[in-house]
Design a protein around this ligand. Structure first.
Ligand SMILES: [Ca+2]
Ligand SMILES: [Ca+2]
Ligand SMILES: [Ca+2]
Ligand SMILES: [Ca+2]
Length: 138
């Protein structure tokens, strides 16, 4: 009986130790409620707990593993460049989910302004390992 209790205590201790290790290994850099390894913009809060300024909530319109909140690379060549600007210009007035950077259901002036401001940069960073290839979902 005493042995059973000792084994039971050891099991509880082992469980709590492994749970502690598990909790310690989860990093959420932007504290938006999504662990970095699953967060499609891991240094920019984009929901669900803390939304970005545009309420994207992890939205990833082109399913490349980079959330819209940190992805204006519409041509998917991993550079924010002229083709992306041409793409967003061409998508103005549509509901193209990839070009709708602000996640408001329409491609409009704010999306164009964000693409202009991000030229020369790169999408991300994303915590999702397959980011940059399509389809990529955690
Ligand atoms: Ca996060
Ligand atoms: Ca995020
Ligand atoms: Ca994307
Ligand atoms: Ca591009």
């Amino acid at each position: 009986m005493r042995n059973l209790i000792v084994i039971g205590c050891a099991t509880v201790l082992a469980l709590s130790l492994s749970m502690g290790a598990f909790a310690g290994s989860i990093t959420d850099t932007d504290t938006d409620g999504v662990p970095d390894s699953l967060d499609n913009c891991d240094v920019l809060a984009n929901g669900p707990l803390v939304a970005d300024s545009n309420n994207c909530f992890q939205t990833d319109g082109d399913q490349d593993g980079y959330g819209n909140a940190c992805d204006v690379d519409l041509s998917n060549n991993n550079v924010n460049d002229l083709p992306d600007l041409i793409d967003v210009l061409g998508a103005l007035g549509t509901a193209d989910p990839a070009a709708d950077i602000t996640c408001n259901g329409a491609v409009d002036l704010p999306d164009l302004i964000i693409v202009l401001g991000a030229l020369g940069g790169a999408p991300g960073p994303s915590g999702i390992g397959c980011a940059g290839s399509i389809p990529c979902t955690p």
